[in-house]
Ligand binder design. Structure first.
Ligand code: G3P
Ligand code: MG
Length: 252
């Protein structure tokens, strides 16, 4: 039997983004050291179609580079410092390829929520390239990654390229036809912004056996409330603080 894709109630956001630069190997390693069982990271493509971890479409906020990821080759992205903006202790941290990030997660036996974060217009190829690579690398005996996205087109591609991996429909605001869309995608989860979660909404999103995840939850009391309302897992920049506040469960 395939292992449950959601083995925990607390997922580290972009690694452990409150404690280490987001979407870096340092952040993934730190999440593992903090006892986190699952991390969320964002994947997009360089100009030459190398899948790498990066949230923004542009380089300025989280690197010492300038310009758009979609117009920069990986060789140039790989030279950038993706850690100093966060703290001098992380100077020299690089923007990892998806392959480097997966290798580290596999080494630490982390589970994965892989958010397909395409640069505009690259919804199809980002999902195709990233998932083709991830399928080659992810061990069959580990829980399958949750493939999440705001981009419905990317999730459609995910259903074709990695049909055995669960898909999560990301919502940042109420979407009137979310039910039809998630049925069509056979989504295993709906991942909503924390502000969208009322007990009634959560119950609705979970109809038919779907899971409901919420992001980004950095307040431990809020996490406790959301989980009590039926949310299956929270995605947090400080997953360690949330874990400390929850009653111990072997699963976490
Ligand atoms: O997957 C949850 C969350 O990461 C979605 O928003 O913008 O942080 O990628 P964002
Ligand atoms: Mg994300």
């Amino acid at each position: 039997m395939t292992a449950d894709w959601l083995p925990t109630r607390v997922i580290g956001h972009r690694g452990a983004a409150a404690h280490a630069p987001e979407n870096t190997l340092a952040g993934i390693a730190l999440a593992a050291d903090l006892g986190v069982a699952m991390v969320e990271v964002d994947v997009k493509l360089s100009r030459d179609n190398v899948p790498l971890l990066m949230h923004d479409d542009t380089l300025e906020r989280t690197t010492d580079g300038k310009g758009a990821v979609a117009t920069t080759d990986y060789a140039d992205l790989a030279r950038l410092d993706a850690g100093s903006w966060f703290g001098s202790g992380f100077a020299g941290e690089r923007m990892p390829t998806l392959a480097q990030a997966l290798a580290l997660m596999i080494e630490h036996r982390l589970c994965l929520n892989l958010e397909i974060k395409p640069c505009p217009g690259r919804e199809v190829e980002t999902a195709e390239v990233a998932l083709t690579e991830a399928l080659k690398l992810w061990p069959a005996d580990r829980p399958p990654p949750l493939v999440s996205s705001f981009a419905i087109e990317s999730l459609e591609v995910a259903g074709r390229v990695a049909p055995g991996w669960p898909r999560g429909l990301l919502l940042e605001a109420a979407l009137s036809d979310w039910g039809r869309v998630s049925d069509r995608l056979t989504a295993a989860s709906v991942n909503i912004a924390a502000g969208m979660a009322t007990p009634v909404d959560v119950a609705n999103y979970k109809r038919g056996g779907r899971r409901c995840l919420t992001y980004t939850v950095n307040d431990a009391e809020e996490a406790v409330t959301l989980l009590a309302q039926g949310v299956d897992a929270v995605i947090s920049d400080c997953p360690d603080l949330i874990l400390q506040r929850l009653p111990r469960r072997t699963k976490d």
